[in-house]
Design a protein around this ligand. Structure first.
Ligand code: GLN
Length: 489
């Protein structure tokens, strides 16, 4: 195939069909992406590193599989991987200087399942350091730019992954979502992003931030593509005791539409403080479209919403302070000339961690310290239970919950870095899903007047990814709003 430009705008589904028809080869498909990255990523900066040896080998293998008649939907599909997922031999740093040069001796389960399914790895995407942030500006390397407006953030923490898919630099990107880090950047970059139920995808090989909240999930340019990737990653893994073997029929009733489904609109989310008028208009139109498609729209309430942010910003830093204690510099140290072990720890951690990570470690250590544990950590866990109960009660009245994914569209680079609280507010509509362990998806729902993407969030009960996908799919079909590649050329 001579014209390789359009190959970077396809969905997985379309690409898989054309690969099978021999319209182009997996090698050509990956080359088209590599060329586009070469042309554009100087401006977007979605990637931290590239893996040409890997993609050449994997694309060749994919072409052999296709020649043998392998019909797997991911064979030959180019993929980017967030810098928190270990890939054997590929430098993996969690966006942090402290891990610079670290090459994991093994590949995590989610990635290795996608490799086995035939995906081709392009490289490693940028993220906030240890996935702490909402703009990718906390990366220890460089910020990433939103392909829809290069002066704005792509969201975070999986901002590199979202930007790569939005820029047509990858067909799939993997991210992780602890408080919103897949859904929020998906919304801000105009692509689909899905956080599975806690336990759906193995976390083995994920550099942990907050282990009771972290989940791995996909970014794609269609809802169906997200389902395909999720299907290939999901399922029990003996290496992660929290992973589950529940049935994962994610494509069940995928195209059944929303007729007869009850969609709950939580008033606390609908009128959340700081929601921008352009976002609200887009969500109103989405609600109307879903109603016209046959859904019954019902009012629901999540009364403890106001306490979610506070609980999350105790629990996540507490878990982070404990998880990050392992970075002591003994094996991968930045500091070789300390006089004693304490000084070595201190110097390594001061030099290796950025401001936000240090802030979280201190907050978390404080919240877990004796004397404050009950007042902060235990209290936050109780609030977490109340939030979970809010969702249980809401799901008695509806099959899924819909809201904006983020109260704002992509904001200018630098505009929130001086005020951590304003950054934390980005998560107010997403972190409830993590605290309650629910599956959630963000699907593009149009643009504001400034041509910035808005995302519609669909949350479903635990293990009901099929419902979240079905609603998102129905919205995608009836609205005609498709996740496209941003016009950056
Ligand atoms: N923005 C949130 C935080 O900084 C969520 C991050 C995430 O989901 N990894 O903690």
């Amino acid at each position: 195939m001579s014209d390789l430009t359009n190959l970077t705008e396809l969905t997985i589904k379309e690409a898989a069909r054309l690969l099978r028809l021999r319209s182009f080869s997996a090698a050509e498909l990956v080359t088209a992406h590599a060329e586009r990255i070469e042309r554009l990523d100087r401006r977007v900066k979605a990637f931290l590193r590239f893996t040409p040896e890997l993609w050449e080998k994997q694309a060749e293998e994919a072409d052999r599989r296709i020649a043998r008649g392998d019909l797997g939907p991911l064979v030959g599909i180019p993929m980017a991987v967030k810098d928190v997922l270990c890939v054997r031999g590929v430098e993996t740093t969690a966006g942090s200087r402290i891990l610079s040069g670290f090459r994991p001796p093994y590949t995590g389960t989610a990635v290795s399942r996608l490799f086995a399914a035939g995906a081709v790895m392009l490289g490693v995407t940028n993220c906030d350091e240890f996935a702490m942030g909402s703009s990718t500006e906390n990366s220890g390397y460089h910020p990433t730019h939103n392909p829809w407006d290069l002066d704005r953030v792509p969201g975070g923490s999986s901002g590199g992954s979202a930007a790569a898919v939005a820029a047509g630099e990858a067909m799939i990107a993997l991210g992780t979502d602890t408080g919103g880090s897949i859904r929020q950047p998906a919304a801000l970059c105009g692509v689909v992003g899905m956080k599975p139920t806690y336990g759906r995808v193995s976390r083995y090989g994920l550099i942990a931030f907050a282990s009771s909240l972290d989940q791995i999930g996909p970014f794609t340019r269609s809802v169906e593509d997200a389902a395909i990737v999720l299907d290939a990653m999901a399922g029990h893994d003996p290496l992660d005791a929290t992973s589950s073997n529940r049935p994962n029929d994610v494509l069940r009733d995928f195209d059944a539409g929303v007729k007869g489904l009850r969609l709950g609109v939580p008033r606390e989310y609908y009128d959340v403080e700081g929601i921008e008028p352009g976002v609200k208009t887009a969500i109103d139109m989405a609600i109307k479209a879903l109603r016209e498609a046959g859904a019954e729209i019902v009012d629901v309430t999540l009364p403890h919403t106001d306490y979610g942010l506070a609980a999350y910003y105790i629990i996540a830093p507490a878990e982070c302070s404990s998880n990050l204690a392992r970075f002591d510099g003994v094996r991968y140290g930045l500091c070789q000339d300390a006089q004693n072990i304490t000084e070595a720890y201190e110097r390594t951690r001061r030099k290796g961690f950025g401001t936000e990570v240090r802030r979280r470690v201190m907050l978390g250590t404080y919240a877990l310290s004796s004397g404050y544990y009950d007042a902060y950590y235990l209290k936050a866990q109780k609030v977490r239970t109340l939030i979970k109960r809010d969702f249980d009660a809401a799901f008695e009245k509806c099959d899924a919950i819909i809201s904006a994914t983020s109260p704002t569209v992509a904001f200018p680079l630098g505009s929130r870095t001086q005020n951590p609280l304003s950054m934390y507010l980005c998560d107010v509509l997403t972190l409830g899903g993590n605290l309650a362990g629910l599956p959630g998806i963000s699907v593009p729902c149009g643009m504001t007047d400034e041509v910035l993407p808005v995302g519609l969030q669909v949350l479903a009960p635990q293990w009901r990814e099929d419902v979240a996908l079905r609603v998102a799919r129905a919205y995608e079909v009836t609205s005609g709003v498709k996740a496209g590649v941003a016009p950056i050329e």
